[in-house]
Design a protein around this ligand. Sequence first.
Ligand code: F6R
Length: 259
Amino acid sequence: MEVIILPSSKEIGALAADSIEALVRNKPNAVIGLATGSSPLPIYDELARRHEAGLSFEGVSGFALDEYVGLPVGHYESYREVIRREFTNRVDVSGENVHGPDGASDDVAAACQSYEDAIAAAGGIDLQILGVGTNGHIGFNEPGSSLASRTRIKTLAEQTRQDNARFFDNIDQVPHHVVTQGLGTIMDARHLVLVAFGAGKADAVRDFVEGPLSASCPASILQFHPRATVIIDEAAASKLAGAASYRHAYENKPAWQGV
Ligand code: F6R
């Protein structure tokens, strides 16, 4: 796991965007895994800027990490809508190439399987953008999730519902269930780029970067991925025992390795 500590969310967004830009220039039909929430917003802002400057996403496909169950199709806070608003409508990704797990299906299990099938049919995810929950979740794989899990329905932890209540009028509107790529699904992506900023993420970052690999901290599975990049600000890095050595490694990183 590479840990990169940067001064601000803007710089975090720019570095993650460098990685995505390099991928898309090298592979115009790249498949990108799209997270929602606050963490990826600086990345999407930067990619929108780069698109205005000429970067094309025409051949790119996107797969959302997760979706609420129970929100009507087209709900402002459904993740399909959030991704459309925050990213795909601001670039030239074709709408038909943007996919999300179906949280409104009558047959959730079948919808989850067909989502797995769609990811496989697209050739797998080249780069998966991730945030991390204050309880260490990635996607909505809450603590205790199987490390081998695939796309399925999950019950949100109360902590997560409280954290996400800021997007709704009140906590009662936050659904209790979601469909989410599993940890096994996420681990199949060829490159994981997790971004986090703010002191509220410091415990989760310490636990998944330096704690034991454990289902109690789902993000710790990144320790087992051959190519995981963790880009965080000073506040999120404030509880890392090894911060100085991560800084040293990044400052001395051979230029040819790129992002
Ligand atoms: C969102 C997702 C979640 C969030 C996490 C952090 O698609 O899968 O894992 O990344 O809850 O949320 P923010 O970025 O809002 O702090």
